[in-house]
Ligand binder design. Structure first.
Ligand SMILES: N[C@@H](CCC(=O)N[C@@H](CS)C(=O)NCC(=O)O)C(=O)O
Length: 224
């Protein structure tokens, strides 16, 4: 069975959401955030100390967007996956990785320097600069989403999960209030998906059952 190591509402939510959309069985192992400080034994399983970690037989993966791609390709044919022969194959891969590399990375700097670090190490200017960076890059999706319901291939795919998680993170980082109208409507639609709602329920249920806090990882604050 597929094993997914996960912290509440952290990037590992992408594979969790994908597993729910695909209806695959999985074993969800919840960790407190950050695991490298609060679950030291996890370093034996994943020396990077990061989540997600997905184990599927001999396969071990630690990149959330790549895991979504892997799960969908492994389950093909599925509408979540865009095949090489489809016209939007390139757009699919681009948005899948845009969600992490372009839309999530700047938010992690916002969270780190505005929230996670101890007060003396916080850097409001860095947080503000990367918030602007995130919002400027997000705005490039506005014309596209004003004219279509999904990012590519005319249907909901793993690319929407990847970008969708970046929008979910923005709700936690406080940047969602600055979404442009079509991005906001797109995010509202994604949140209504059964797979998204089930993923939220599954992480909460698993956290409670495993005695792990249900506070979302992005809402964690560093010491004063
Ligand atoms: N690019 C990786 C980033 C993985 C990552 O940095 N995850 C964060 C949580 S969202 C983490 O584990 N942080 C804890 C730490 O760095 O100690 C991905 O997309 O999965």
């Amino acid at each position: 069975m597929i094993v997914l190591y996960h912290c509440m509402s952290a990037r590992s939510f992408r594979p969790l959401w994908t597993l729910e959309e695909l209806g695959l069985p999985y074993d969800l192992r919840m960790l407190p955030f950050p695991p490298r400080a609060l679950a030291r034994a996890y370093l034996d399983v994943n020396p990077l100390g990061t989540i997600p970690l997905l184990i599927d037989g001999e396969t071990r993966m630690t990149e959330s967007a790549a895991i979504c791609q892997y799960l969908c390709a492994r389950s093909a044919p599925t509408p979540l996956h865009v095949e090489v022969a489809e016209a939007d194959f390139g757009a699919y891969l681009n948005y899948l990785h845009f969600g992490e590399a372009t839309l999530t990375f700047p938010q992690t700097l916002v969270l780190r320097y505005a929230r996670f670090e101890p007060e003396a190490r916080r850097q409001p200017q860095v947080a503000e600069d990367y918030a602007k960076w995130f919002l400027a890059r997000l705005r490039t999706l506005e014309p596209l989403l004003a004219s279509r319901a999904h990012l590519c291939a005319g249907r909901f795919t793993a690319a929407d999960i990847s970008v969708g998680y970046a929008l979910m993170l923005a709700e936690h980082s406080g940047l969602a209030t600055q979404f442009t109208p079509a991005v906001q409507m797109y995010w509202n639609r994604l949140k209504q998906r059964d797979g998204y709602v089930r993923a939220l329920q599954m992480q909460e249920r698993a956290a409670r059952a495993q005695g792990v806090t249900v506070v979302p990882a992005p809402d964690t604050t560093g010491p004063p």
